[in-house]
Design a protein around this ligand. Sequence first.
Ligand code: BTN
Length: 271
Amino acid sequence: MNAEEIDAQALQQALAPLPLGPIRFHRQVGSTNDLAMAWVAAGAPDLSVVVAEEQTAGRGRAGRRWYTPPGAALALSVILRPPRGGPPGLAPRVTALGALAVSEAVRDGWGLDARLKWPNDVLVHGRKIAGVLAEATWQGDRLQAVILGIGVNVTPRAVPPPEAVQFPVASLEEVVDDRVDRLALLQAVLRGVLDWRPRLHEPAFIARWQERLAYLGERVEVTPPEGPAHIGRLRGLDEHGGLILASENGEIRTFHTGDVRQMRPVDREAK
Ligand code: BTN
């Protein structure tokens, strides 16, 4: 299936071999993450999935907008119910889970060396092809679920206009110079989510995340929600997936997702 519409029946068929929960498909939604959240409140089981052909109010990190024009992208949300009393710090790992699943899907499907731009972007040749938004829902102080929202730019029409982006972007079809079967891609991404999910709290997961990290050893600038930016050489990840930076004067700092509005390379062209 390329620029044509996703067919609901073909979607169910493509995902039938995977041990997922129920799947809901919508032609047009505001945001699949919002629908997934409402579904959690209504009792959606673990691994329920929402897929949309078009989002009119897709959300990105830090309150940014996410474009999902019809027939051009993948937009999905997976509901992950935590084990009872779920471990803290789940959402950052779930973000990486989504990004890792996309990076491995495009590596296995098209031989691409996709890199993870911490904390939530997937880059190919330095351009963003996908983004992940993991959002937790709580009932009082009990974590109900983490919604894993994944957006992939599949055709060039999914790429927002230059004035709407702060980082170089591309679509998968542009980088592979061929048409891409969105259902095959969706299936591969969900397979990756299912494969890695049981190992989320193992050191091997952080190790794989770090292996795929963009800008390792390079200088990056990390901008917190408020206050000045920090520049340092990207050393890697700590055991929780925090980003370790070494500044010029040898000071080591670790950043967690909530402390960072933006991260960008310093010594490469920004756009
Ligand atoms: C980012 O790069 O800032 C994250 C983008 C996440 C987009 C996906 S598309 C499916 C899901 N629904 C949303 O509204 N957002 C996520």
